[in-house]
Design a protein. Structure first.
Length: 129
């Protein structure tokens, strides 16, 4: 698996906009993020520059503005963060996390029903192979 850059929570918010709308210009990013946060345009520009420096984004100059595309796939980033989270807090095993949630009454009946449905669909999918 390729090296995924470390992305802060704020930078992740920027990446979510880019993943949804790419290719996307700086003014469009600023507009979309301004609706969801109280960040100033300069803050957003700084985060974009950091993401380019980290090789998470590619910036292409188009006239007087930049057009951004991601160099990191969303699913790759989420997979890496999920594995890191499981390793850090639950010894790398999903069953430890689920057991913790169950023991601490963090799963609602709806959550449990949804998990059963997901596992059932996975079993059917595996059976088709």
């Amino acid at each position: 698996m390729k090296e995924i850059p470390q992305i802060s929570e704020a930078e992740f918010e920027v990446m979510k906009v880019i993943w949804t709308y790419e290719p996307i210009s700086t003014p469009e990013i600023v507009e979309k993020l301004s609706k969801k946060s109280d960040w100033k345009p300069n803050t957003i520009h700084t985060m974009l520059a950091r993401l380019v420096k980290k090789s998470a984004l590619h910036a292409r100059k188009d006239g007087r503005m930049f057009i951004y595309t991601s160099l990191v796939e969303k699913h790759e980033y989420v997979e890496q963060k999920s594995k890191s989270f499981l390793k850090q807090f639950f010894g790398g095993t999903l069953n430890s996390m689920v057991l913790n949630l169950i023991e601490n009454d963090q799963l609602s009946n709806e959550d449990i029903t949804e998990l059963k449905k997901i596992l059932s669909m996975r079993d059917k999918k595996e059976g088709e192979k």
